[in-house]
Design a protein around this ligand. Structure first.
Ligand code: AGP
Length: 609
């Protein structure tokens, strides 16, 4: 859950590291620090954001170093718990992302051998283990790192620098991402590509158990058993500007407005208007296998699980395959019914969510084949899965997921259509209609985004409410859940998403004249029922804010605020109707003075279980 950056080259490392850390803040931002090798090894670290670190840090001259931005897991956010960590001699420093499960046991043994610990973190054991491994003088830094890693159980991406090896960074990874960037006369290391994109586009993603040694002039890669390996760098095509705010006040705002483009990119080349066919690059499963499928199990967390709930309806209706949605964090707590005729479909923006990855591994261990819907090429989920369908949303920096969600919905629909095509369960004429509607979707999203002014007025009116209820039915029920989650995470207002028909079985007791009820009610097969649910709410003084189709006046007499959205194919209504809910949460949070891009207690990618 942390960000790592490393640099070896002719420039002042401090500048490169601080700039990289700034771009990595979405991975964690409760404390940060750097270790620079110049005339000796110097470490500077502090609690708080990178901007605080930059403004208080003295000039540390040197051309090689590592940096870290933290999201606390083991040990509270504090200066002593910030990375990098030094060994007892102060001549070697380590940064780490991940969790070491046996750190208490290792720490006890190290303390018994005279090591003094200065923090509460699991990471600090690396500094001491490596120092121990170097003590007999028989190993170089790389070998000492390897020997230390052999003793730990858990997940890690680490980077180590030492005053005794002033020209090299040793890095290793297991289950936490790490990428090496190749420059000219300089090389880079990062937990995420946006941190180094400004400097290089040629990268190698380290695989599980691999180790890298970077100097200014070379990168050496080593496999799990210490053998030297070679791998050709791949070129990253993202533009640097795509990872920046582009004039928007917040990344989240930029990302909401990027949705028409993100959706268009995700559909591009996959849906043929002429034949009404869907082709999916990355769908490396045979037609025969698709036809033999007995079940789909979708594993996901948070917003991605809401996309999964929509996906379930799409796959069951269109491809007629029984589908269930499992929260990554819960899947392994049961004894799940999964076998070789189950497709485990992981939905994950980052591809690094530990709970989702654990669920994928559990399903694979029981014989299921794995597919990932993911926004990050080369991520762990993409590498674990047999097939990966990429959402082409581009980097999503705002912690609250927006464009990643809508593009997940697009890919899930494309997948349902593709499965239905292979299984012959969908009338080709209906498929062609949906494909046509998909192609028109980006333009409709533009129109919906242009309702921002009105949503802003809603936010001004409702931002002081203490609770919200979101209601939807059928395909819009997951959107009610997503609207409520967005409001909670951004504005810290309590909100619940409910199936509209379930309201009368409990939440109706909450309704009074203080409760705003946000209803998503397109003109679909469920409209009449939602309408009567809302009449029940209005009869109890509930204050209704409704999203309805243009021309629908059915709620005018009971709703306090109504937003009209363009007519859309019912399968695409979730994608369209979630956008005003994202904007509502965004504007309420801004008015309340909340940190929109980095809500409290949250991290973009949750890499611990
Ligand atoms: C979304 O706004 C949240 N930040 C969170 O629920 C997120 O969707 C969840 O942690 C899953 O992340 P993933 O898609 O990267 O796996």
């Amino acid at each position: 859950m942390c960000g790592i950056i490393g640099y070896a080259g002719p420039r002042e490392a401090q500048e490169v590291l601080l700039d990289g850390l700034k771009r990595l803040e979405y991975r964690g931002y409760d404390s940060a620090g750097v270790a620079i090798v110049g005339s000796g090894l110097k470490v500077f670290k502090d609690k708080g954001e990178i901007s605080k670190l930059s403004s208080t840090m003295p000039r540390l001259s040197g051309h090689l170093g590592v940096g870290h931005t933290r999201w606390a897991t083991c040990g509270k956010p504090s200066q002593p718990n910030a990375h990098p960590f030094l060994d007892c001699t102060g001549k070697m420093a380590v940064v780490h992302n991940g969790i070491i499960e046996n750190h208490l046991e290792l720490k006890a043994a190290l303390v018994a051998r005279g090591h003094e610990f200065k923090s509460e973190t699991d990471t600090e054991i690396f500094a001491h283990l490596i120092a121990d491994a170097l003590a007999d003088g028989n190993r170089d830094l790389r070998e000492a790192v390897r020997a230390s890693l052999a003793q730990v159980h858990g997940t890690y991406a680490i980077a180590v620098v030492s005053e005794k090896r002033p020209d090299e960074i040793v890095a290793a990874k297991n289950a936490s991402p790490l990428v090496v960037g190749y420059g000219k006369g300089e090389n880079f290391l990062a937990s995420d590509v946006p941190a180094i994109l400004e400097h290089t586009r040629e990268v190698v993603y380290l695989e599980e158990g691999e180790l890298a040694v970077l100097t200014a002039g070379a990168v050496s890669l080593y496999g799990r058993n210490g053998e030297q390996i070679s791998r050709k760098p791949r070129r990253i095509e993202w533009s640097t500007v795509a990872a920046e705010k582009e004039g928007h006040k917040h990344f989240m705002h930029k990302e909401i407005f990027e949705q028409p483009r993100a959706v268009a990119d995700t559909i591009r080349g996959r849906a043929s208007l002429e034949q009404g066919d869907v082709t999916l690059d990355g769908m490396e499963l045979t037609e025969e296998y698709v036809r033999s499928l007995q079940r789909v199990v979708i594993v996901a967390c948070g917003t991605s699980s809401h996309a999964g709930l929509s996906g379930r309806q799409m796959i069951e209706s269109v491809a007629r395959i029984p589908t269930q949605v499992e929260l990554g964090s819960e899947f392994r707590n049961r004894d799940p019914l999964v076998d070789e005729r189950t497709l485990c479909l992981a939905v994950t923006q980052s591809g690094e969510t530990a709970d989702t990855l654990a669920a994928m591994k559990e399903a694979a261990a029981r014989g299921a084949r794995g597919m990932a819907i993911c926004n990050v090429q080369g991520s762990t989920a993409a590498r674990l899965a047999e097939a990966t369908l990429l959402t082409h949303a581009g980097p999503e920096i705002g912690v609250a997921s927006t464009k990643a969600f809508t593009t997940q919905l697009v890919v899930l629909l494309l997948l349902a259509l593709r499965l239905g095509q292979a299984r012959g369960t969908l009338d080709p004429a209906v498929r062609a209609e949906i494909v046509q509607a998909l192609r028109e979707l980006p333009a409709l999203l533009e129109r919906v985004a242009s309702t921002e002014q009105k949503i802003h007025q809603w936010a001004q009116k409702w931002h002081e409410a203490t609770d919200f209820l979101y209601l939807g039915r059928g395909p819009l029920y997951p959107i009610a859940l997503e609207g409520a989650l967005k409001l909670k995470e951004l504005s810290y207002i309590h909100a619940e998403g409910y199936p509209a028909g379930e309201m009368k079985h409990g939440p109706i007791a909450l309704i009074d004249r203080h409760l705003p009820i946000v209803a998503v009610m397109p003109r679909d097969a469920h409209r009449e029922k939602v309408l009567s649910n809302l009449q029940e709410a209005a009869a109890r003084d509930g204050r209704i804010l409704a999203l309805v189709e243009e021309g629908d006046t059915g709620l005018d007499h009971i709703a306090e605020d109504v937003l009209h959205l363009p007519k859309v194919n019912p399968w695409l209504a979730p994608i369209l109707y979630v956008v005003p809910l994202q904007l509502l949460s965004y504007h309420i949070a801004v008015i309340r003075g909340c940190d929109v891009d980095q809500p409290r207690n949250l991290a973009k990618s949750v890499t611990v279980e």
